[in-house]
Design a protein around this ligand. Sequence first.
Ligand code: ATP
Ligand code: MG
Length: 402
Amino acid sequence: MSRDRMEIKMISAFLIKYSEIGIKGKNRYIFEDALVRRIKEKLEYCDGEFEVSKENGRVYIEAKSDFDYDEVVEELQKCFGIAHICPVVLVENKDFDNVLKELIDHMKAEFGDSAFTFKVFAKRSDKSYALKSPDICMKAGEVILKNLPNSKVDVKKPEVSVNIEIRQKAYVYVKSFKGPGGMPVGTSGKAMLLLSGGIDSPVAGYMMAKRGVKIEAVYFHAPPYTSERAKQKVVDLARIISDYTGEINLHVVNFTDIQMAIYDRCPHDELTIIMRRYMMKIAEDIARKTDCMSLITGESVGQVASQTMQSLVATNAVCTMPVFRPVIAFDKQDIIDISEKINTFETSILPYEDCCTTFVAKHPVTKPEVSQIERSERKLEDIIDDMLATAIDSREIINVKK
Ligand code: ATP
Ligand code: MG
């Protein structure tokens, strides 16, 4: 049997360590329960049966059938709230000689002949166990040194932490994968993401979800000026980020009539800013209908004419909910780096038209005055309320998940 196969065969559980949610005091159980739910959702995408439980500030996943080790680790690395994923050898017979035997087998499979330094850590929640923690550490250390001749003890800065936990069963682990960090989705309320087909807004949604915010999304299209393929691209982007955010309800709003009306009646250099203001209004209305408490956009200050400080102020002026702009101070390249990491980049750069670009003026205002924009919008007074209501009522809602 190859080293990898041997090692994987022995792993039958995972210990999940979390960081920030450990410090939430009295409310900790809310975060832990949410994390357990999110982990269960992730495991539904994996082959095999699993049991997820929480115990003393930790979450354990126990496999109840065969499973694909790499697949489980990969899924868990997209589950916010997880700091570390430790593959565990579960030892049913916790007689200490047997624990040591399993530990050595596991370490041989994991490290072979390579040289490494280590330190043993022991935890004993079964207080009736014959050995105390310091004895467990000492004895295990001796046996490791004897059986893995290229190993060395380093108590200050060990390369490998060898962990032995004696609970109802014994748990042995020597390795840990970094999790994505953040907070479990759903523990920080729900927000409405304005999701376009660009690079920035999917990243903005991902970043807020990482802080535990549940995401609902709205997309404005303008058929026939924007195509079905442009809409499909946004659905695809929502699906890619849903791997991190969990399922997303995507509200697709037909913006054509409103856009045409603005085009007919308002100064063309103000088109974009006026359009953006109506988008925010509609987004906020749908947000309220869907229990969202805030809005999220992918705006970044100075990026384009509609994102100068003055433009942001003019857009923001129509909102009563807080608007979160997690990439506001990011350079484009920094946003691209994240989009590549979360796999949205390739889809975002597909060259389909966006409703904002279809009707864009040659020389848009870069320093709009709110009072001037409001004056222009008055030209829509007699029709706009009905148009907004129609756009909202006729929206299509697509439930997007992996
Ligand atoms: P992105 O890469 O997110 O499209 P962008 O640089 O193209 O950003 P703009 O087109 O000015 O920027 O849009 C700014 C923000 O407004 C977007 O990040 C998004 O949140 C929102 N937005 C723009 N167009 C749409 C749309 N058609 N539907 C929904 N939201 C939109
Ligand atoms: Mg865009």
